[in-house]
Design a protein around this ligand. Structure first.
Ligand SMILES: *Cc1c(COP(=O)(O)O)cnc(C)c1O
Length: 405
């Protein structure tokens, strides 16, 4: 057989090296790029086969090398393998056009008609919409649970419960979940656990090592890191990998090589950016905690956070996303604070190099738990600016807000 087909190397599993080193080597297997440091951007739909024998060899093993564009090229494989190599216990990773697509596909890989799923009440809102509007149409019922449920999750399990979806910390409310307590109970009953790990990334929490079966990220956020690309990933253990892979293929997911190259570029600097965002966010959070207009700061790395001990036990560090609650105020008072900020953009998403602020509502989304707050909740994504500039900006904003009373 003439070798016109790039062979796919087996992914290199987590090899125990330190994080920065792994981020440099991740996904750069031999044969991908003939000495070029980064895998080239291989745009492809059709892959040509030299002969019928080559075509037949491809049909017999379509995942062994280049086959058809939807199955990816060395560009997408490099990113998949890099993400697999970051998590101990991972067998493989699939990429999706968004974080939401990763979550919905992971659920579809596991549930069937008549099943029941348990979803944390702190879950990302589109995840809830998918469960309530789409899974429900196929006869799958959902119960939302208190993110702080811990081992009491056992009381919520039904005979037909097939999946539990975690998110820790919640990206609006920042409760930390007792992941090992939940996964221990789930494993004993053959229930699949999946976690939205977007806040932590594998650098700060390694969910498969804590007993989860599928670890999901919106790569749109920290891994992409530059607010210019949408993508999601799902990384599975050996036990779940065949189901995840099959569901992804059948649902037709495929990401562009250009986008995969952008996300790979982001991945190389992930540790540097997270370290900076983590340190600056803590500085800003501590400052906010001492401000007289602030009721509380929702940041799991602060000792005042109710789940701080759990966070210390399971996480290797924090990132740059947290919230703070004002003591009082209306939408107009919030506008006084945020409209004239110089260094915080008002917008969705997070995890980019630039800082963002967003007023968020939790009680209107939730059904299992209520969190009455005295005033508006604002979420900050701290970027790579100097924290002194960010604090000065927030200080001026809080003065404008304070002038309303
Ligand atoms: C943004 C986000 C998602 C969805 O990612 P998209 O790429 O925007 O679809 C999922 N989970 C969390 C926690 C998020 O913040």
């Amino acid at each position: 057989m003439t070798d016109n087909r790039h062979r796919r190397q087996p992914p290199q599993p987590h090899d125990g090296t330190c994080t920065g080193t792994r981020l440099v080597h991740a996904g750069r297997g031999p044969g991908f790029a003939d000495g070029i440091v980064n895998p080239p951007v291989w745009r492809a739909s059709t892959i040509l086969f030299d002969t019928l024998a080559d075509l037949d060899a491809g049909i017999a093993a379509p995942d062994a090398g280049l086959y058809y564009g939807r199955r990816g090229t060395p560009t997408q494989w490099a990113l998949e393998d890099a993400l697999t190599g970051l998590e101990p216990g991972a067998a493989g990773t699939k990429l999706f056009v968004s974080g939401v697509a990763a979550i919905t596909t992971a659920l579809l890989a596991v549930v069937k008609a008549g099943d029941h799923v348990l979803i944390t009440d702190s879950a990302y809102e589109p995840t809830r919409l998918f469960a309530d509007q789409t899974l429900a149409r196929f006869g799958v019922t959902t119960t939302y649970f208190d993110p702080r449920v811990g081992s009491s999750i056992a009381d919520l399990i039904q005979p037909n419960t097939s999946a539990i979806l975690l998110e820790s910390p919640g990206s609006l409310s920042f409760e930390v979940q007792d992941v090992p307590a939940i996964t221990t109970i789930a494993r004993a009953r053959n229930i699949v656990t999946m976690i939205d790990n977007t806040w932590a990334t594998p650098l700060r929490l390694q969910p498969l090592a804590l007993g989860c079966d599928i670890s999901i990220q919106a790569l749109t956020k920290y891994v992409g890191g530059h607010s210019d690309v949408m993508m999601g990933s799902a990384t599975a253990t050996q036990a779940l990998w065949p189901r995840l892979k099959a569901a992804t293929y059948r649902l037709g997911h495929s990401v562009s090589a250009d986008d995969a190259a952008l996300v790979l570029r982001g991945l190389r600097t992930l540790e540097l950016r997270l370290d900076r965002a983590e340190a600056s966010a803590l500085t800003v959070a501590r400052w906010l905690e001492g401000h007289h207009h602030v009721d509380r700061v929702l940041h799991p790395a602060l000792p005042s956070h109710p789940d701080h001990a759990l966070w210390r036990r399971d996480f290797a560090g924090a990132t740059g996303l947290f919230g703070f609650v004002l003591k009082q105020g209306t939408r107009a008072d919030t506008a006084a604070l945020i409209d004239d900020l110089r260094h915080f953009g008002i917008g969705f998403s997070w995890g980019g190099y630039e800082s963002l602020i967003l007023p968020v509502e939790i009680d209107s989304i939730r059904t299992a738990t209520a969190t009455p707050l005295p005033g508006p909740l604002l979420r900050l994504s701290i970027g790579l600016e100097d924290p002194a500039d960010l604090i000065a900006d927030l200080d001026a904003g809080l003065a404008r807000y304070g002038a309303q009373f």
